[in-house]
Design a protein. Structure first.
Ligand code: PMP
Length: 417
C-alpha cells in the first residue's frame, strides 16, 4: 500500500473538515444527531461540484447527443465526449475508444459475459473467479456457463481474506478463457494483486476482467500498468451519480466483440436485409445514453483529481488503522477481512447480536452502516456467518466518525447485556 502514499502529499495536508464541506448532505442531522455516514462502499455521497455539473447540463446544455446538428446537440455531444476523455485519462487507457459508458459495474460485467464470453467460450472452457466476488462478478459468469456449457471455477482465499495466489495459479489451465476478479473486495477490503494475476492469466492465454467498483474511489488505477483486458467501475461509488459506469476494454478485444444490445446510435447503416454495426465504443452504447450521468462522472473525476487520490488514500489509511485497532478492542467483536494493505472497508460481527440489530440501533444514533450479506453470499459461507455489519470509509470519513461508531457499539452491547 505504500505506493499509494505520495512523497509530496502528506496526510497532514489533507483537511478532512474542508473535504466534508464539499458534501452538503453530510451537514444533516439524523434523529437529532449529526449524520455519521459509514456506508460509502454501498454508495458514496456526492460533492456539490458533481450536483452542479449535472444541473448545469440540464439548465444549459441538454439535447440528445451524436445525431443533432443544432447548437445544443453539438454542445451536449462535446460535454459527453469530454467526459469520456476524462475517464480515459483517469484510467490511463490508451484511447477514448476503449471507454464504454454503461449503467455501472453490473452492466459492464454482463456486457463482457454476453459478448466476449458468448463469442469466445465453448463447452468445457473455464471461467475463473475468486471466492470474494460480489454477485455481479459471479452470477453473469454462471449465466454464461449455463448458456455455453463452460465451467465456473473459484480460487479460494485464506482466513484473513487474502486471495490464494498459488491456488489461483494452479486453477488457470489450458481451458481457462477468462479470469474475473475484484480489484478490491466490498466485504473484506482486500486489495488483490491484479498485475500478478494478469501475468499468470496471460501466460496461459486467458483474458482478465477486473471488477474495479471498490478500487477506483481509493487508489489510482492505471489499466495499462495493470495490463488487464477489461476493467469495470460504477460512477456512484466514486462520488459520481448513479446510473453511469464504465467498461474499459482493450481496443482489439472490443473491436472483435459482437454488440450487446441493438438499437439507435450503435449502427453504421440499417436495412431490413442487413445492419452494419458502429465501431466501439458506440457499438456498445445502444440508445440515448445517460448524458447527465457521464457529465457528473466527469465532474467526480475532476473532484478526485483536485483532492488527489494519493492524499485520499493516505487519509483513509490513517482512519482505517485507527478503526481497526479500536474495533479489535471491542469485546466480542470479530473483524472479517484483515489482509495486509487492505482498503477502508470494515466488516464485523458481534457475538450474540444479529448484524441487523446492530445496524438498527446505530441508525438511531445517526450512524449509517450496512448489514447483511453484501451481495457476497458465498463469501459469507466461507467465513461461517449469514451476515456482517460493515462500516466503509470515503474521502470525508474521519476519526470522529469512528469514535461515534465505537460509542454506538458500546450502546448496542449495553442494550444486549
Ligand atoms: N462489484 C463490487 C465489488 C461492488 O461492491 C459492487 C456494488 N456493491 C458491484 C460490483 C456492483 O456495482 P453496481 O451495483 O454499481 O453495478
Amino acid at each position: 500500500m505504500s505506493a499509494l502514499h505520495s512523497e509530496h502529499l502528506t496526510p497532514a495536508a489533507y483537511e478532512v473538515a474542508r473535504v466534508r464541506q464539499a458534501f452538503p448532505i453530510l451537514a444533516q442531522r439524523i434523529y437529532g444527531k449529526p449524520l455519521v455516514y459509514l456506508d460509502s462502499a454501498a454508495t458514496s455521497q456526492k460533492p456539490q461540484a458533481v450536483i452542479e455539473a449535472m444541473s448545469r447540463f440540464f439548465l444549459e446544455e441538454n439535447a440528445n447527443v451524436h445525431r443533432g446538428v443544432h447548437y445544443l446537440a453539438e454542445r451536449a455531444t462535446q460535454a459527453y465526449e469530454q467526459a469520456r476523455a476524462k475517464v480515459r485519462h483517469f484510467l490511463n487507457a490508451e484511447q477514448a475508444e476503449e471507454i464504454v459508458f454503461v449503467r455501472g459495474t453490473t452492466e459492464a460485467v454482463n456486457l463482457v459475459a454476453q459478448t466476449y464470453g458468448k463469442s469466445q467460450l465453448q463447452a468445457g472452457d473455464e471461467v475463473l473467479i475468486s471466492a470474494m466476488e460480489h454477485h455481479s462478478n459471479l452470477v453473469p459468469w454462471q449465466m454464461l456457463c449455463e448458456q455455453t456449457g463452460a465451467r465456473l471455477r473459484v480460487a479460494p482465499i485464506d482466513d484473513v481474506g487474502t486471495l490464494r495466489l498459488d491456488e489461483l495459479e494452479r486453477l488457470i489451465g489450458p481451458r481457462t478463457k477468462l479470469v474475473a476478479v475484484s480489484h478490491v473486495s466490498n466485504v473484506l477490503g482486500t486489495l488483490n494483486p491484479i498485475r500478478r494475476i494478469v501475468e499468470l492469466a496471460h501466460a496461459r492465454g486467458a483474458a482478465v476482467l477486473v471488477d474495479g467498483a471498490q478500487a477506483v474511489p481509493h487508489l489510482r488505477v492505471d489499466v495499462r500498468a495493470l495490463g488487464c483486458d477489461f476493467y469495470a467501475l460504477s460512477g456512484h461509488k466514486m462520488y459520481g451519480p448513479t446510473g453511469i459506469g464504465v467498461l474499459y476494454g482493450r481496443r482489439e478485444l472490443l473491436e472483435a466483440m459482437p454488440p450487446y444490445q441493438g438499437g439507435g446510435d450503435m449502427i453504421l447503416s440499417v436495412s431490413f436485409a442487413k445492419t452494419l454495426y458502429a465501431k466501439p465504443p458506440q457499438r456498445f452504447e445502444a440508445g440515448t445514453p445517460n448524458m447527465a450521468g457521464a457529465i457528473g462522472l466527469g465532474a467526480a473525476i475532476d473532484f478526485l483529481g483536485e483532492l488527489g487520490l494519493e492524499a485520499i488514500a493516505a487519509h483513509e489509511q490513517d482512519v482505517l488503522a485507527y478503526a481497526q485497532q479500536a474495533l479489535a478492542a471491542v469485546p466480542g467483536l470479530r473483524l472479517i477481512g484483515t489482509a495486509q494493505g487492505k482498503v477502508g472497508v470494515l466488516s464485523f460481527v458481534l457475538e450474540g447480536i444479529h448484524p441487523h440489530d446492530i445496524g438498527t440501533i446505530l441508525d438511531r444514533e445517526g450512524i449509517a452502516i450496512r448489514t447483511g450479506h453484501h451481495c457476497a453470499q458465498p463469501l459469507m459461507q466461507r467465513f461461517g456467518v449469514a451476515a456482517t455489519a460493515r462500516a466503509s470509509l470515503g474521502c470525508y470519513s474521519s476519526v470522529q466518525d469512528i469514535d461515534a461508531l465505537l460509542a454506538g457499539l458500546a450502546r448496542v452491547r449495553e442494550l444486549f447485556k
